[in-house]
Design a protein around this ligand. Sequence first.
Ligand SMILES: Nc1ncnc2c1ncn2[C@@H]1O[C@H](COP(=O)(O)OP(=O)(O)OP(=O)(O)O)[C@@H](O)[C@H]1O
Ligand SMILES: [Mg+2]
Length: 327
Amino acid sequence: MSEADTLVRLDGVTVTFDVGRDGFWGRHPKQLRAVDDVSFTIGRGETLGLVGESGSGKSTIGRALLRRTPVASGTITFDGQDITHVRGEPLRRLRRHMQLVFQDPYASLNPRMTVAELVSEPLRVHGMADSVEGARPVVSALLERCGLPADAADRYPHAFSGGQRQRVGIARALALEPAFIVADEPVSALDVSIRAQVVNLLQDLQRERNLTYLFIAHDLSVVRHISHRIAILYCGKLVELGPTADIYDRTKHPYTTALLSSVPIPDPPLQRSRTRIVLAGEVPNPVDPPPGCRFQTRCPMAEARCREQAPPLEEKAPGHWAACWLS
Ligand SMILES: Nc1ncnc2c1ncn2[C@@H]1O[C@H](COP(=O)(O)OP(=O)(O)OP(=O)(O)O)[C@@H](O)[C@H]1O
Ligand SMILES: [Mg+2]
């Protein structure tokens, strides 16, 4: 991908959290490496699916990209500009171009605000509307585009179903006409029957507005349809990255194979014939990760080398990267 086609770029990004103290009289601060030396790019108009189990660092990557969590090292570039340490007014201006759609539309929308207030709030905060009334035409158009009824504006979030509430969350994220959206498990809290509708809406909006998405999910069933490429995260490390078809059909990492084996196939005979790999054991604690490859404690293929040395992320086929000694 040429530099001009890249909207978002992470280079060697590491995010750590201080989590208490260790040693005699607690002299050594304990650090959790939630994200460890992660690099990837997202092209303009592209959706990168980011998949991994709970605690693997997905939301932390999203928050770091949006400059809501500081990075310990590495660089974040947005639209050609190094934004790793931007603050103050330039950060405020930058925020207009990058928005977050949350997992839980129940928790993320203030229940005391009407939908018109919620959707117009970003416009008012950024000085693009002087009042809720002034923002009404824009809000109405956004609500209509997101598939909400005309009278939605004057109602409160509790009056809506989960799917409709997520549509309000999407309308709010679109208000400032951002270029980039981090959708952090946007359909995980919704009924399976309405997930596809919300994913389709995000996809249509992407085509219309040339939006770029980082679409976070904890399993591979949701992201296939929407992602152009998929990145697999394990315990803060990127283990595989490639075009969606390659991730599903030419899998290079045993962790991805294990994740795929738990994705239901709509064809029962095929489903029965497939070996299901059950991931035994817990994800290692990122405060104290195992030596060598982080997946070695649960990998059915692990060899001596895997326990000693961490495999580098290598390009195994054009555009298809994996961190595994055995692929
Ligand atoms: N503010 C924080 N302080 C301390 N530790 C944190 C903080 N935020 C996240 N962590 C830790 O960092 C790791 C990654 O967390 P993160 O929320 O990014 O994972 P995730 O992949 O989004 O998980 P989930 O699927 O549960 O949302 C976890 O071990 C988590 O406990
Ligand atoms: Mg998360």
